[in-house]
Ligand binder design. Structure first.
Ligand SMILES: Nc1ncnc2c1ncn2[C@@H]1O[C@H](COP(=O)(O)OP(=O)(O)OP(=O)(O)O)[C@@H](O)[C@H]1O
Length: 344
């Protein structure tokens, strides 16, 4: 059952910027949905409208069927964690967490119980007396998360909560937050422009562009079956080649491949991991560079017409700059007029 329902929500800022454009989304109970998109695609504005920090220009937002579109944040059953943790530095950790409960006139012993339970949940048991400036960046972000969770919101809203942390810590916190979210079964909307974050955490990903949805799907589907050339190019590494189809074959840059669609322009999409290479005299491409990542290698290839593609290989030591090779894609997709028209 859907808990959060966003229906045709738009947001215009003064000056005419359309940050969110007739956006709709249903989020199921206990689901973690990631809003993923490039900078300026409207992710934060959308999240802020759900949290009550931005007023929609039009549309409807409901939580459990109740219209919350224009309610102030404190009257919504939502908890928001911002990119910068915005903790109260003059209070210790315990008081940061207790503050919201005190406003709700929760009893002293219940406050202690709840704060201690949630500190335990985020791995900070025993840190209650610490001042927030005595904590590391990762610990401060855990306190920010705990401060939202202690109020037991129906919906948790996370706006790039790990953006200020280093890569290693980010990966650890990602796993911790996913664990906590699943343990509490708390419905969560998570904004990120990091595709790894979205692919590893989300039940579903909403790929946003210019305030609109490009695709909503499970992470594996978004990766394997992108519905638009934008999603294909945005998620993971994809070779996209603009060409022409004639008589069931795609032509461009010396390539000629079966593509059973009608004649006309098409964008061919091939993942590096689905591209086989073989050494050949007078091959279709020339090796530009080989990068060895230890577990695998990436080969950059030059095709005619100044088109460069990438292929993933198991044994990068077999290839070197200047070699001539042939390419054989094991799977391709094709796009026309902004939509997927073929996938093998
Ligand atoms: N307060 C504001 N006043 C005017 N324009 C704004 C305001 N906030 C956001 N915008 C504009 O709305 C658009 C969407 O911004 P938003 O911050 O929602 O994007 P985003 O996808 O979250 O980007 P980022 O990943 O950089 O945070 C942008 O063009 C931005 O410049």
């Amino acid at each position: 059952m859907s808990v959060l329902k966003i229906s045709s929500v738009s947001k215009y800022f003064p000056g005419g910027t359309k940050a969110v454009d007739s956006f709709s989304l249903d989020v199921a109970d206990g689901e973690l949905v990631c809003l993923l998109g490039p900078s300026g695609s409207g992710k934060s504005t959308l999240l802020r409208m759900v949290g009550g920090f931005e007023d929609p220009s039009s549309g409807l937002i409901t939580i459990d069927g109740e219209d919350i579109t224009h309610l102030p944040p404190e009257r919504r059953p939502t908890g928001m964690v911002f990119q910068s943790h915005a903790l109260w530095t003059h209070m210790n950790v315990f008081d940061n967490l207790a503050f919201g409960l005190k406003l709700r006139r929760t009893g002293k012993s219940e406050i202690r119980e709840k704060v201690e339970a949630v500190l335990d949940l985020v791995g900070l048991a025993g840190y209650g007396e610490r001042k927030t400036h005595q904590l590391s960046g990762g610990q401060q972000q855990r306190v920010a998360l705990a401060r939202s969770l202690v109020l037991e919101p129906k919906i948790l809203l996370l706006d790039e909560p790990f953006a200020s942390l280093d890569q290693h810590l980010r990966e650890r916190l990602r796993e911790e937050v996913r664990d906590i979210q699943q343990r509490l079964k708390i419905t969560t909307l998570f904004v990120t422009h990091g595709q790894d974050e979205a692919l590893s955490m989300a039940d579903r990903i909403v790929v946003m562009r210019d305030g609109r949805t490009e695709q909503i799907d499970r992470p594996d589907v978004v990766y394997r079956n992108p519905q638009t050339p934008f999603v294909a190019g945005f998620i993971g590494t994809m070779n996209l080649i603009d060409g022409e189809v004639a008589h069931g074959r795609f032509h461009r840059a010396g390539l000629s491949l079966d593509l059973p669609i009608s004649d006309g322009p098409a964008i061919l999409a091939m993942r590096p991991e689905a591209l086989d290479l073989s050494l050949a005299d007078q091959g279709q491409a020339v090796v530009h560079r080989v990068t060895d990542y230890g577990t695998h290698g990436l080969v950059d290839l030059d095709l005619p017409e100044a088109i460069r593609v990438k292929a993933m290989v198991d044994h990068p030591d077999r290839f070197s700059t200047g070699q001539s090779v042939n390419l054989a894609p094991r799977a391709v997709a094709a796009f026309r007029d902004g939509r997927q028209v073929f996938r093998s």
